[in-house]
Design a protein around this ligand. Structure first.
Ligand SMILES: [Zn+2]
Ligand SMILES: [Zn+2]
Length: 115
């Protein structure tokens, strides 16, 4: 797995609700491993949303512990990490994605038709 130094001050927004997400522990089983691993992830605070974010899978749902990634993801070309929504403009019509790697300034501004 790609080694990443993640910015600990990460404050990702839910890509659907544009609300700050809660920090949570995500448990997952690496291929061929016997034990579960734990990593920091984020979860939308809105009950029915169920959207998670972590720097490897990006925005995704976990219906049965399986990662179900959203179709729309942006990756940092330098670090290969999934970028998160750091801020937005025009009532969510423009989303500013950022690389979660500490010190990385790469980002992407994305226009979406419907928020
Ligand atoms: Zn949400
Ligand atoms: Zn980066």
């Amino acid at each position: 797995m790609h080694f990443a130094v993640i910015d600990t001050e990460l404050k990702p927004l839910c890509t659907r609700h544009l609300q700050p997400m809660n920090r949570v522990d995500i448990y997952w089983k690496p291929e061929g491993a016997e034990n579960l691993s734990c990593m920091t992830g984020y979860r939308c605070v809105i009950d029915k949303c169920g959207l998670f974010y972590d720097v490897y899978s990006g925005y995704h749902e976990r219906p049965d512990g399986m990662v179900n990634a959203l179709d729309t993801q942006y990756h940092c070309q330098e670090h290969g990490l999934s970028m998160y929504v750091a801020s937005h403009a025009l009532k969510g019509a423009v989303k500013h994605f950022k690389c979660p790697q500490y010190g990385c300034t790469r980002g992407e501004s994305v226009h979406t038709a419907a928020a």
